[in-house]
Design a protein around this ligand. Structure first.
Ligand code: SAH
Length: 253
């Protein structure tokens, strides 16, 4: 059996209770060494076999899983954040399906959620944006037609951009025509890690500020009005607003 587990964004306490248990019980652990906090590996039981997948190919990862399976062992494949977001996860599941190897998936706290926590912001503010776009800029890996940043920007939704901090100038240029150069922007480096850093600014100056801070990787770019202070209070807690769990008091609907 292979357990895919989301390790969370960095802080070792941000793995789920279930993920932690699976890690403690695993005979074989394959972790994404480029971003998974190595502190999590101290949860492994004595004698567990541990592999860093960073220098490994897909075939090599699968070979480790196949061998473990043949020996009746349990494998944890530890992904950073949540495996469903830029995790190269599907190809592993499909390969296990082909080989008849059973697996399950335990989700994790994605870095985009840790970034909101670090920023102390809410992505979905009434009247500001009720939509969150998770995306990346085309780089060495292309994005499908229609998903270029310029097109996505037209929605002026809350946007969280992965894997693109090295191209921040171009990102700002793509977004500015729709959001405006004065739109608030933030870069969160290593959200939830001890050496986390936040750079705040606008589309006009965020690239320069981030360069000055020396941040070139392991960071998210967040853009949109949610970073500002202008919004309507939520109707969920509005005393005049009745909903399924509470009756409004002051003549609300
Ligand atoms: N599956 C992961 C994302 C993997 S892609 C998740 O759910 O978070 C790797 C990219 O994620 C990095 O280039 C960076 O843009 C972002 N990232 C991962 N961890 C991060 C963290 N702790 N802080 C900021 N960005 C992070």
């Amino acid at each position: 059996m292979v357990h895919f587990v989301g390790a969370g964004p960095g802080d070792p306490e941000l793995i789920t209770v279930k993920g932690k248990r699976l890690l403690e019980e695993a005979d074989v652990i394959i972790y994404a060494g480029s971003l998974v906090n190595p502190q999590l590996l101290s949860l492994a039981k004595p004698g567990a076999e541990i592999h860093n997948s960073a220098p490994m190919t897909l075939e090599e990862v699968l070979a480790v899983m196949e061998r473990a399976e043949a020996e009746g062992k349990t494998t944890v494949r530890l992904h950073t954040g949540d495996p469903s977001v830029y995790g190269a996860h599907r190809e592993q599941m499909d390969a296990l399906d082909e080989r008849g190897i059973g697996y399950d998936v335990t989700p994790g706290v994605s870095s985009f959620l840790a970034a909101a926590a670090s920023l102390k912001k809410e992505y979905t503010l009434p009247d500001v944006s009720q939509t969150v776009i998770l995306t990346r800029k085309a780089g060495r890996t292309a994005v499908p037609e229609g998903e270029d940043l310029k097109s996505l920007a037209e929605h002026r939704a809350t946007m969280v951009i992965f894997l693109s901090v090295g191209q921040l100038e171009e990102v700002a240029e793509d977004l500015a025509p729709s959001y405006g150069w004065d739109a608030p922007a933030a870069v969160v480096y290593k959200a939830s890690w001890e050496d986390e850093r936040i750079v705040r600014g606008t589309l006009a100056d965020i690239a320069g500020r981030t360069r000055e801070a020396g941040i070139t990787k392991t960071a998210l770019i967040a853009v949109g009005g949610f970073l500002g202070d202008d919004y309507q209070l939520s109707r969920l807690y509005d005393k005049t607003f009745t909903h399924g769990f509470r009756r409004g008091t002051e003549g609300g609907v």
